[in-house]
Design a binder for this molecule. Structure first.
Ligand code: F3S
Length: 298
């Protein structure tokens, strides 16, 4: 039995940085609080909670040290934390920060904001919080249909400039397809001569998800089964799973070593291992060691 590991797997830059910041703060005096999951990986969350990270439901707290996760948060929540004398430890990923800054700057310069992404995802919710929740969110084709009305309604207002941004983990093809549709609808509402200065498109996708997908597909073509490690509730793990599944003979999605115990891996000659951007290396190593131990046990 041979094991192949994907070239690109596990923690992306932003998640690693957020975990490093968290550990560093936990080594100092005082409690550290977080709203929501730091990352979408239960194993890592359990570990960080076991060394002191405390969960809160909302930001209506005072005089505490509060961590902002890599997905970022809204401006009003940061303002509330500061007003209530909390110490803010910002672990927002630099790629997410770029997205939030683009939104904030253009919103303050009288642009309408169009965000392509999952309207329930924390990053999209945080992004919308930098334009006072006025963003038009495109999550599906249905939203594209509503965009004509949105353009036409705004035509009667003074605010006729737009920017388009995307969730950092959006699929590139989806971004191209939706931005083409947005341009078409814009031209229909405003005329083609108006488009260049008044519809600005920013590709705010980060490369981490794409790299893991490409590497996972390459791996899938070389092995008999792919073991994909990642949180069951993680959207980037789901995207990785869907892309690899189309190219793999077999695939299993697991979160931790114990999820593999009932699977007979010995029937496969070559086993591939990959992991999403929110999966820590200690979880990956534990699973790889387990697979190797099956071989030794023969
Ligand atoms: Fe940042 Fe991209 Fe990871 S936005 S958190 S490096 S998936």
């Amino acid at each position: 039995m041979k094991i192949k590991i994907a070239d690109k797997l596990g923690f992306c830059f932003g998640v690693k940085r957020a975990v490093d910041i968290t550990e560093n703060e936990l080594n100092k005096d005082g409690d550290l609080y977080i709203k929501g999951q730091l990352i979408h990986n239960n194993e890592e969350i359990n570990r960080l909670e076991s060394i002191g990270l405390k969960s809160i439901d909302g930001f209506d707290i005072k005089n505490k040290k509060v961590l902002i996760r890599s997905h970022g948060t809204s401006k009003s929540e940061i303002d509330l934390l500061v007003k209530n004398n909390n110490e803010v430890v910002d672990a927002t990923c630099k790629y997410v920060k770029r997205l939030l800054d683009i939104i904030y700057e253009h919103y303050n310069n009288n642009y309408n904001i169009i965000i392509i992404g999952d309207n329930k995802h924390p990053e999209v919710i945080a992004s919308n919080g930098w334009c006072e929740n006025s963003g038009f969110i495109i999550d599906s084709d249905d939203d594209i249909f509503k965009l004509s009305n949105y353009f036409n309604e705004n035509k009667n207002n003074a605010k006729n400039k737009y920017i388009v941004v995307s969730q950092t983990t959006l699929d590139e093809e989806k971004f191209i397809s939706y931005t083409n549709k947005i341009k078409e609808l814009f031209k229909k509402s405003y005329g083609s001569e108006y488009i260049l200065e008044n519809l600005l498109i920013f590709n705010t996708i980060c490369s981490a998800t794409k790299e893991r997908i490409e590497s996972g597909i390459k791996l899938a073509k070389e092995v008999d089964i792919v073991i994909l490690i990642g949180g069951k509730h993680s959207s980037n793990t789901k995207k990785l799973y869907d892309a690899i599944k189309k190219n793999a003979k077999n695939i299993i999605h697991i979160e931790k070593k114990s999820d593999l115990l009932m699977t007979n891996l010995k029937i496969y000659d070559i086993i591939g291992v990959t992991a999403s951007a929110s999966t820590p290396f200690w979880v990956i190593n534990e699973i790889v060691d387990y697979i190797k131990s099956l071989d030794d046990a023969e």
